[in-house]
Design a binder for this molecule. Structure first.
Ligand code: SF4
Length: 110
């Protein structure tokens, strides 16, 4: 399965899923696309297309590993993360990040 060219800071799917590592992503939000279409425009290209949405809304950060694995293979990851940040998506896994990770990323640039 092809692995998307991601931005620096995202763990590749082959890397261990240590929660400390996951919570310390070094993603530069300034590098994300500025104008992002809604998910209707890109969801068919997503690695999660057609999967059970519950996987992407884990009840704890520790249960996000499966969703993050799909994100690691996703060709629209940057668009997905940009959409979630620009639209204040508070819940669920978006663009290879958990709720907690996005909060940290946003706090970091605020
Ligand atoms: S980055 Fe993750 S949540 Fe976003 S579209 Fe891809 S697989 Fe789905």
């Amino acid at each position: 399965m092809p692995v998307a060219n991601g931005m620096p800071g995202w763990p590749s799917p082959a890397q261990p899923r240590d929660m400390d590592q996951l919570l310390d992503l070094d993603i530069d939000l300034q590098q994300l696309p500025k104008q992002v279409n809604p998910p209707d425009f890109w969801q068919e290209k997503a690695a999660c297309y057609g999967l059970d949405p519950e996987v992407f809304f884990p009840t704890t950060e520790e249960e996000a590993g499966l969703a993050l694995s799909y994100c690691g293979l996703c060709s629209v990851r940057e668009v997905c993360l940009a959409w979630s940040i620009q639209n204040g998506e508070r819940y669920g896994v978006w663009g290879g990040t958990t709720e907690q990770q996005r909060r940290r990323l946003i706090r970091h640039v605020a």
